[in-house]
Design a binder for this molecule. Structure first.
Ligand code: FAD
Length: 383
């Protein structure tokens, strides 16, 4: 048993998040050119794109903005899709590099909008193994293969070696508090887009989104939900599958132990450290995969105990856990995110395979272009 009184995302301890005044719920009928359902990082990116085009937009979220994975994740802003670039290139062809470049451009764009206080350009470290554990040769060779592929495609990468371990450093990557990213974007749009919280879509059909206290009539619906997308749109069952990912946060350890976000053991285990010394740690989904194919967002003892051991490795000292949480993400069969019409005037996008902080916004722009301009989605997306 693990105590439930610390089940909450540690990101919400940031005063900008905990003091969030919020947007009202939708209480009456409304009309708009476009209705965006789901205001995580992806839905908010769609809102931004629509506003840039001068489109009249209503956005709704069933809970608080970024109530889902977008406000509960590791905060890593890593170039590329969930599949490492050399593997994505082999599976999808050269379009994988286009997606990689798109995600790097997204970091620049986010930094431009939110500033370097929210988007910190620290770079990231991929380790072969986790700190303190023996290096697995195949993991180390895969780091080398990734580095070579990045170099061949003109993407910055350096060898990394320290008492944390050995691997590669990717200087273009960044890190953030994900809840601050989402709320910061929503604040920027307030007054230009009509955004509503605590307004779940109970039915989505061409021309209308039904909510408990009023429908939104619109020409286009964009459904921007990653985890549990197949529950919102059952016709996507079989194309996306929901998994749970779990994290914890520790009390402060020695500040500066992690110079930037660090991920190891094929990227499955990861941690970042904030300026106060606190660690935010996740991982282990692959080790408990059967149990983690679930729409539940509740932390479990077996994964949390594993992540606690990962936290100790990354910390290099004993840790005390003060928050535990989980959230849902969507997976696809071939690793390419989904962006597709599900009905006339209804486009759905999601399925980022556990890495949607940047891929989600890139997909959102493709969804807007598909829905408004009938531009076919890039090959790195599944339509
Ligand atoms: C523990 C964890 C760690 C992760 N770490 C990273 C990481 O470090 N880097 C990275 O890139 N990715 C990471 N991810 C993945 C990333 O968080 C997601 O891919 C990304 O946040 C998806 O954002 P989204 O806006 O597409 O979807 P979501 O965050 O799922 O947002 C969808 C929104 O839709 C709302 N919604 C759902 N149904 C309805 C409805 N019927 N009506 C209205 N609103 C609805 C939800 O309330 C939610 O706010 C992690 C995920 C988890 C869970």
């Amino acid at each position: 048993m693990i105590p439930r009184d610390i089940f909450r995302p540690a990101w919400d301890d940031d005063p900008i998040v905990s003091d969030w005044a919020g947007f009202p719920a939708l209480e009456r009928e409304s009309t708009a050119d476009v209705c965006v359902v789901g205001l995580g990082g992806s839905g908010l990116a769609a809102v931004a794109d629509l506003l840039d085009r001068g489109v009249d937009v209503v956005g709704i979220d069933g809970g608080r903005i970024a109530a889902g994975a977008a406000g509960r994740n590791g905060g890593f802003l890593l170039g590329g899709p969930a599949t490492f670039l050399h593997s994505a290139l082999a599976a999808w062809g050269p379009c994988a590099v286009d997606l990689y470049r798109g995600t790097l451009a997204e970091i620049d764009s986010l930094e431009g909008l939110l500033g370097s206080g929210v988007v910190r350009r620290t770079g990231s470290i991929r380790l072969a193994g986790v700190p303190g554990a023996p290096i697995e040769l195949a993991d180390s060779e895969d780091c080398d293969a990734l580095a070579q592929c990045l170099r061949e495609n003109g993407i910055a990468v350096e060898r990394y070696s320290s008492d944390l371990g050995h691997g590669i450093f990717l200087p273009d990557d960044a890190v953030m508090n994900p809840a601050r990213r989402a709320l910061g974007l929503a604040s920027l749009f307030s007054g230009r887009a009509r955004l509503y919280e605590h307004t779940p879509a109970t039915a989505i059909e061409p021309g209308a989104v039904t909510t408990p206290n009023g429908a939104v009539r619109c020409g286009l619906v964009l459904v921007a939900v990653d985890g549990r997308l197949e529950q919102v749109l059952p016709q996507l069952d079989g194309r996306v599958r929901t998994a749970r990912l779990q994290m914890l946060a520790t009390s402060s350890i020695t500040p500066g132990r992690l110079p930037c976000p660090v991920y190891g053991r094929w990227g499955y285990d990861y941690a970042q450290q904030d300026a106060s010394g606190r660690l935010y740690v996740g991982g282990g989904r692959d080790l408990f995969a059967e149990d983690e194919w679930t729409p539940s967002g509740e932390p479990t003892a077996q994964v949390q105990n594993y992540i606690e051991s990962v936290a100790t490795s990354f910390a290099g000292e004993p840790v005390s856990v003060d928050a535990r949480w989980a959230a849902s993400v969507g997976f696809t069969a071939d690793g390419r995110p989904l962006c597709t019409f599900v009905d006339d005037g209804v486009v759905a996008f999601g399925g980022y395979n556990g890495t949607g902080n940047l891929v989600g916004p890139v997909t959102a722009r493709a969804a807007v272009a598909l829905g408004l301009d009938a531009i076919a989605v890039p090959q790195y997306l599944s339509s």
